[in-house]
Design a protein around this ligand. Structure first.
Ligand SMILES: [Fe+2]
Ligand SMILES: [Fe+2]
Length: 246
């Protein structure tokens, strides 16, 4: 029984594709076919696959129908995180989504899922992404209003993550794997409210996605930091091969 993770499928079987520049290139050519083949080869029915957000370009459930059907048809149990592009997933309607897809998909927010004796906890997260002002290749300043706005969103997401940890802890879980869609830190940070929470609850691993394209792959923590393993699992970074977590 294995736990796998990958993020940023950015499916668009129905929705018109308005992808930003970094989602073009050879790695995105027929990526949904490549990914489905990799899953069929690697993932058994008893395994769990965590999809770390940005599932679909669709703007609502109707526009995501084929994308979600594709995800349902992948092998194993599927646990989904909310990404910044997942317009179909109203943050206040996670319970409704869980009822609608009961037995097919599990939506992770303000709740948790179990894998063996681990609790899988997670939320979308948030990171300040600039604009940064550069001089000589170094960050010399940044947009203070955008930073203040980001701090508000980070606070809200941290609260959701704490609810996820607490729900698992109430049910007796003491071992945690933590998932975020956004990276746990921005490009200037080594620690954040998210890394602090991972340390507080002694999460063994922090798995995140969202970073696309070579120049973004190393925006945040990788490897071990304060005893916790940090790992980027965005699909193009993994070249559509699900990452083995446990
Ligand atoms: Fe993405
Ligand atoms: Fe994203």
């Amino acid at each position: 029984m294995h736990l796998y993770a990958i993020g940023d499928l950015h499916l668009h079987f129905q929705a018109e594709l308005k992808a930003p520049g970094q989602l073009h290139g050879a790695v995105w050519q027929h990526h949904e076919k490549t990914f489905r083949e990799n899953c069929a080869r690697m993932i058994r029915p008893e395994d769990t696959l965590v999809l770390a957000g940005d599932h679909s370009w669709g703007r609502n459930l109707a526009e995501c129908e084929q994308d979600l059907a594709y995800i349902c048809a992948l092998p194993g149990k599927k646990v989904l995180l909310r990404g910044n592009h997942d317009m179909f997933w109203d943050a206040k309607k996670t319970d409704a989504l869980n009822r609608l897809f009961e037995g097919r998909l599990r939506f992770l927010q303000n709740n948790y899922d179990a894998f063996q004796d681990y609790a899988l906890v997670g939320t979308k997260g948030y990171t300040f992404e600039g604009p940064f002002y550069l001089r000589g290749g170094k960050i010399v300043d940044w947009d203070r209003d955008a930073e203040a706005h980001a701090k508000k969103l980070i606070g809200r997401e941290a609260e959701r993550l704490r609810q996820s940890f607490e729900a698992a802890r109430r049910d007796g879980y003491r071992k945690f794997i933590m998932f975020l869609h956004y990276p746990p830190t921005d490009v200037m940070e080594h620690n954040s409210v998210f890394t602090a929470m991972a340390e507080e609850y002694r999460a063994e691993k922090v798995i995140y996605a969202h970073c696309h394209g070579e120049h973004r792959f190393h925006d945040s923590l990788e490897g071990r930091h304060h005893g916790i393993e940090y790992r980027l699992v965005s699909g193009d970074y993994l070249r559509w091969v699900p990452s083995l977590i446990l």
